[in-house]
Write a new protein. Structure first.
Length: 196
């Protein structure tokens, strides 16, 4: 019989492979559509700093999310407690950091590096941002409310990309937020009795 640690290790490997496939998909789609997904990526301390600072609002929301009694957000918490927490509860901090980095890089390459960049010349920056954010929300549709919440996060990350002109900023924000969220969600006590 597998231990909880072994199950978390397998979940980590599967999640890293899945997230990495998104980066591969971004590169393939970029090649097929002649979009250089890394075109706006530059190592730049200012963009990295903006990415770190931009993590603060979603992290503050995370702490509100953990304490609210608003029914749609409670349902998201329950879905995460039922699915995410059991899979990753026994992951190490290093694994959580690695997964957050892979997710931040891969998802930003796909959604901001490829999709938003690809749509912008024909749809314009606002429509490209909107469509990309909706797509981002739909692929994160753990619950309907989570899809809406993720779409707003996608809007935020896409706006960050537009503001800085550097893919590094949303990558930093995404990865750092995911790491903090993993730590908060996985180390927090389970759902209270009666949560639905």
């Amino acid at each position: 019989m597998e231990t909880s640690r072994e199950l978390s290790r397998k979940a980590f490997v599967a999640a890293v492979l899945f997230e990495s496939s998104l980066a591969g998909g971004a590169l393939i789609l970029g090649g097929l559509t002649e979009v250089a997904v890394f075109a706006s990526f530059r190592f730049d301390f200012a963009a990295a700093g903006i990415g770190v600072i931009a993590t603060l609002p979603p992290v503050l929301f995370l702490f509100v999310f953990q304490r609210t009694d608003f029914a749609p957000l409670r349902r998201i918490r329950k879905a995460l407690d039922d699915v995410l927490v059991p899979m990753f509860r026994h992951s190490t901090r290093d694994e959580l950091l690695a997964l957050a980095l892979v997710a931040g890089v891969s998802e930003e390459l796909l959604f901001r590096g490829w999709m938003q960049t690809w749509l912008t010349p024909t749809a314009g920056p606002v429509a490209a941002l909107a469509v990309t954010s909706i797509a981002f929300g739909l692929v994160h549709a753990v619950t309907p409310a989570y899809a809406v919440l993720a779409a707003f996060i996608g809007l935020y990350l896409g706006g960050l990309q537009l503001y800085t002109g550097n893919l590094l900023a949303p990558i930093v924000t995404h990865a750092l937020y995911d790491f903090v969220a993993f730590l908060v969600l996985l180390r927090a006590p389970g759902p209270a009795a009666g949560d639905d």
